[in-house]
Structures are given as structure tokens and as C-alpha cells.
Design a protein around this ligand. Structure first.
Ligand SMILES: NC(=O)c1ccc[n+]([C@@H]2O[C@H](COP(=O)([O-])OP(=O)(O)OC[C@H]3O[C@@H](n4cnc5c(N)ncnc54)[C@H](O)[C@@H]3O)[C@@H](O)[C@H]2O)c1
Length: 299
């Protein structure tokens, strides 16, 4: 199916403000749905609260801009919905609000999209589903690499909300025979944030909670684009991360040193990120454009 019109929730946020321009550059027409406006020419923001189902149904059946009035009929549903709006971690809002907002908003967005006949929805899940990011104390991963069939087991309200959202996506994809892809997004790095990497490299334990992995915000835009292009997969989970480990040692040697005792279940690429994007590369054809080594001086 040719996808042209996209409703994007949360486009004003850290990830969205890079993903939305990437999608516009690929030729999609985008309506941003957020509580705050996005300053991007050609993209209107509808100020709407995605925890309110009525507002979500409205947002999915509205003109993207004044041009829409030239069509001579009210707007129909978009071709696809990308849902990024959320409380993006713990310790911003109380735990119950984080869980409540993330779970209800995702239910509302997917339900409205499905009932309006949208056949493609992409939702933002998270690396935190792998259970270590916001764990109390020292918790080990079960095994490496972290891939999409892992038994996810977060103990925090944010990670749990994302696990529930994946189940919501799976239920609706089954019921409506639609494509709903959940992206387990790694730590989002904006272009100006590569100056943080020397500290990451110097202190390996500091990045265990992110599994020594990251996603460049622009490469995340490319993964969303590829998901919009790839039809017919039903419910899917994709790790959305860049290719390589945020360390200078080869991955196998690094994990032996810093995670002794954690099983490694398959041969790893020399510098493969422990949170692996193999599925996105092989299924979607993802090729990263922004490897951290391009931006961080070698020591
Ligand atoms: N930033 C990361 O490292 C990271 C990592 C993994 C997953 N994620 C996920 O990616 C998505 C985007 O994250 P981000 O870092 O850009 O977060 P962000 O907080 O910067 O952006 C989220 C946007 O959602 C909007 N929003 C919040 N509540 C809303 C509501 N009720 N109605 C409408 N809009 C609402 C906010 O105004 C904001 O613009 C989130 O789903 C987050 O959980 C982020």
C-alpha cells in the first residue's frame, strides 16, 4: 500500500522533532498531534490530549491544514499512524500516572486507528522492556544479544507500560488483521549529544542499563520510514538501535569482562551492539547512517 498521509503523535518531543522532518523529507504529509506545537514549516500541530479517546478519534479524522478544505469533503482517516506521545521515562511524573498515561494513550490511538480502517500503526516501545534500565540495584540481563524474542521482565512502571502496550498492539493486530509494529527504541541520541560518548566509553559500567547501545534520532526516522514501507507482517517488535556497541573493545571480549556469567546465545558481530538490530537490518533493510564513531574522536 502507498502511504502518504501520516498522523504522528508526540512529534514535538526529543525523538519526534528529528523523526518528523525525516518523514517529511521522504515525501509523507504529516500531522503532528501533541500538547505542544512543533516548529517545523509544512507540519501543522493539532493540540490534542491522546489520553482522551474522543480527541484521538477527532485527530485521526481532521484536515492536516487549510489545504484540506479544497478537497470539498471532510477528512478521512490517515494512511498510517505513528504513536510516540508518552511520558518517556520514570521520575518525571508519579509512577501511576506514567503507567496510566502510556497505557491508555496507546490503547486509544491503536483502537481509533483500527476502527477507522487504518492498516498500519507504529508505536514507540522501549529498551526498558529488557528489564535492566530502571531495575532496583544490580540486575543482569538473561542472555546476549538482546533480541525481540527475549522474555521481557521490567520491574518499573514505565517499562511495564511498554510491555502492556506491546500486548495491546498484538491484540488489535490480530483482531483487525492489520500491521502494528512496536519499536523497542534504545537511548535516543540527538546530533548535539555525541559529546557524551567519551564519558560513556571511559566508564563502561555507566552504560549497562542501556546495554551499551543507542539510537541516533535521525536513524530512528529511517527505521520508522522503513516500517511504513514494509507491509504484511502483522504484529511485530523491532529493536530500534544503531549497529555497534558503545565501547572500544570487541563485543564478545567486552561482555566477557563486564558481564561474566551471562550466556551469549549466538555468534556476535565483532562490534555488534548487545541490544541487537539484526531483525531491523534483515527484515526492513535498515542501514544506519550515523554511527557514533563518525562523531567521536578516536583515542
Ligand atoms: N528518549 C529516549 O531515549 C527513548 C527511549 C526509548 C523509548 N522512547 C519512547 O519514544 C517516544 C518519544 O520519546 P521522547 O524522548 O521524544 O519523549 P518526549 O517527552 O521528548 O516527547 C513526548 C511528546 O509527547 C507529548 N505528549 C505527552 N503526553 C501527551 C498527551 N497526553 N497527549 C498528547 N501529547 C502528549 C509531549 O508533549 C512530548 O512532545 C516515547 O514513547 C518514549 O517512551 C524514548
Amino acid at each position: 500500500m502507498t502511504i502518504k498521509r501520516i498522523v504522528f503523535t508526540g512529534g514535538t518531543g526529543k525523538a519526534g522533532r528529528h523523526v518528523v522532518p525525516h518523514l517529511v523529507a521522504k515525501g509523507y504529509s504529516v500531522l503532528n498531534v501533541d500538547l505542544k506545537p512543533l516548529d517545523l514549516p509544512g507540519v501543522n500541530t493539532l493540540i490534542a490530549d491522546v489520553t482522551d479517546s474522543g480527541q484521538v478519534f477527532n485527530a485521526l479524522t481532521t484536515h492536516f491544514g487549510f489545504d484540506g478544505f479544497n478537497d470539498g469533503k471532510p477528512a478521512g482517516a490517515p494512511d498510517a499512524v505513528v504513536h510516540f506521545a508518552a511520558i518517556p521515562r520514570v521520575l518525571i511524573e508519579p509512577d501511576n500516572k506514567t503507567f496510566d498515561l502510556n497505557v491508555i494513550s496507546t490503547y486509544n490511538v491503536i483502537e481509533a486507528a483500527m476502527k477507522l480502517g487504518v492498516r498500519k500503526v507504529i508505536i514507540a516501545s522501549s529498551e526498558t522492556t529488557y528489564g535492566v534500565c530502571f531495575a532496583e540495584g544490580e540486575k543482569d540481563f538473561h542472555s546476549f544479544p538482546l533480541e525481540e524474542d527475549y522474555d521481557v521482565d521490567p520491574m518499573d512502571s514505565y517499562g511495564l507500560s511498554k510491555v502492556v502496550n506491546e500486548k495491546t498492539a498484538r491484540a488489535f493486530a490480530m483482531r483487525f488483521a492489520a500491521d502494528i509494529y512496536a519499536l523497542r527504541i534504545g537511548n535516543v541520541i540527538e546530533p548535539h549529544e555525541y559529546d557524551r560518548f567519551p564519558a560513556f566509553i571511559a566508564d563502561p559500567p555507566s552504560r549497562k542499563r542501556n546495554a551499551w547501545s543507542y539510537i541516533d534520532a535521525r536513524d530512528l526516522g529511517e527505521i520508522v520510514h522503513l516500517c511504513l514501507q514494509k507491509d504484511g507482517l502483522g504484529f511485530q517488535v523491532f529493536n530500534a538501535v544503531n549497529d555497534t556497541i558503545t565501547a572500544n573493545l570487541p563485543t564478545r571480549e567486552f561482555l566477557t569482562r563486564y558481564c561474566p556469567g551471562v550466556p551469549v546465545t549466538r555468534p556476535l558481530g565483532e562490534f555488534e551492539a548487545p541490544l541487537s538490530n539484526r531483525k531491523a537490518r534483515e527484515t526492513l533493510g535498515f542501514k544506519e547512517a550515523h554511527n557514533w564513531r563518525q562523531y567521536v574522536p578516536a583515542k
